[in-house]
Design a protein around this ligand. Structure first.
Ligand code: SIN
Length: 485
């Protein structure tokens, strides 16, 4: 009925130390497009999480002792299997998360790309030699795996947010435990099944699925055998998990919320800007940390941009992600829709106008219409908060300084975008934006080779790229003395 060709990819148990663990209770995974149960999954808790940490600890010595080449070969197998099963993995992802099938398959390729990329990059963990201050000494720097890595990952990218962390960890020689979001455990478990088929040894990659977020999170952030904790999710949760990690002084990386400005300068190629805003905003129904959150348009081109943008967004097709032609799927839950509705309605009360959409759709209570609001100011709730839904607020500005000031007027600093054809504007604005990532005449910036991460309340650390590996490595300084005859 679910139309998964390889039924063994549909797992219902946690994967710990190379085995599938059932628990006494279970919980349902719900398809947000239909509100129907996909499957029930065994509900792991604190004891299974402790088992997973112990398994990762036991596996660490042998895994870190393998050569980078040996680890790369196993990771390459994992990558190949993910791509071979892209259709099934994409379908599982759409069933539990809702995004359109084409987008879900795109996420599988995006997620797998981290495994391929880090498998290679692990071969380039170079050390250093440093001229010593005296002739009888030598200074050498080596890099070693941090140890056991624990992570908590979100529902919006159920595959890629795991592979982006796990690939870096495994290639560095670390072992890994993940607690995926309870809304989307099936993608994580399918990844575990393929890791096993790829020959990744027991205990190296563990997945614990369970509803006790507090209890399981406490184990992952406070267990003395966990050396590093990494999280993708909201800023409030990230803050509290960071403070939990303090008691054991763990290495921490956090990929948290965003409030991305998308700035359209008067000299921009408006058609390109419309396309950039469209993909950046409506990908994953706006449920992406790097999604455009506010569109700032120069007053001289506001009318032209608005007309073109309304026309382009009107072409989007909202519906069940498994149906042909659908380009925007449901949001993750009716609650998520209600939260967006509240931001929109409060902003309308403050003077924003609806240029398109603005309502919960008749397709169901998880569907919010692709929406455009005009006449928005930065103090309105729809601009001041991370929307995490398919709504574009349009804000007018009159100068470069004003655009930068509005863009930076937020606690967040993850991604920003702008469109201009002037080289002076491009440099000044790129340098003036207080963000970890800036798309210049480009709406999609994520890929395995680039450093993904934010500043300010959007977190710390980087994922992907050569910088992403550093978060999983310790630097060790060796001082060799007594070398004089
Ligand atoms: C995220 O929403 O945090 C991830 C988005 C991406 O990788 O592009």
């Amino acid at each position: 009925m679910l139309n998964i060709k390889d039924q063994d990819l549909l797992k219902r148990f946690s994967y710990i130390n190379g085995s599938w663990h059932s628990s006494e209770t279970s919980f349902d995974v719900i398809n947000p497009a239909t509100n129907e149960k996909v499957v029930s999954v065994s509900n792991a808790g604190i004891s299974e999480t402790e088992l997973a940490v112990a398994a990762a600890k036991n596996a660490l010595k042998a895994w870190s002792a393998k050569s980078a080449n040996e680890r790369a070969q196993l990771m390459r197998n994992w990558f190949n299997l993910m791509m071979e099963h892209q259709d099934d993995l994409g379908r599982i992802l759409t069933l539990e998360q809702g995004k359109p099938l084409a987008e879900a398959k795109g996420e599988i390729a995006y997620g797998a790309a981290f495994i391929e990329w880090f498998a290679e990059e692990g071969k380039r963990v170079y050390g250093d030699t440093i001229p010593a201050p005296s002739g009888d000494k030598r200074i050498i720097v080596i890099k070693q795996p941090v140890g056991v890595v624990a992570s908590v990952t979100p529902w919006n990218f159920p595959n890629a947010m795991i592979s982006r962390k796990a690939a870096a960890a495994l290639s560095a020689g670390c072992t890994f435990v993940v607690r995926p979001a309870t809304q989307t455990p099936l993608s994580a478990l399918a990844m575990a099944e393929l890791a096993e088929r790829a020959g990744i040894p027991a205990g190296v990659f563990n997945v614990v699925v369970g509803e006790d977020s507090r209890g399981m999170g406490k184990v992952l952030t406070e267990h003395p055998d966990v050396a590093k904790f990494t999280f993708t999710g909201s800023t409030p949760v990230g803050k509290s998990l960071t403070s939990q990690c303090a008691s054991t002084v763990k290495k921490v990386s956090m990929e948290l919320g965003g409030n991305a400005p998308f700035i359209v300068f008067a000299d921009a190629d408006l058609d390109a800007a419309v396309q950039g805003a469209l993909v950046s905003k409506y990908r994953n129904a706006g449920q992406t940390c790097v999604c455009t959150n506010r569109i700032l348009v120069h007053q001289d081109v506001m009318a032209a941009f608005t007309d073109k943008f309304v026309a382009a967004v009107s072409e989007l097709s909202l519906g069940n992600g498994l149906a042909d032609g659908v380009t925007v799927g449901p949001m993750i839950s009716a609650q998520a829709v209600a939260d967006v509705e509240k931001l929109v309605n409060a902003s309308i009360e403050m003077g924003a106008q609806v240029a398109l959409g603005g309502k919960v759709d008749q397709a169901g209570d998880c569907f919010y219409q692709p929406t455009i609001l005009t006449g928005v100011t930065n103090d309105m709730p729809i601009a001041a908060n991370e929307i995490f839904g398919p709504v574009s607020p349009l804000i007018s500005f009159s100068s470069e300084e004003e655009a930068i000031a509005i863009a930076n007027d937020t606690e967040y600093g993850l991604a920003a975008y702008f469109y201009s054809r002037d080289i002076g504007t491009i440099w000044r604005v790129a340098e003036g934006l207080e963000y970890g990532m800036v798309g210049i005449n480009e709406g999609i910036i994520s890929n395995a080779a680039a450093p993904f991460g934010g500043v300010k309340a959007s977190g710390n650390g980087r994922e992907g790229s050569k910088y992403g590996l550093d978060d999983y490595l310790e630097i060790k300084y060796l001082c060799m003395g007594g070398l004089n005859k």
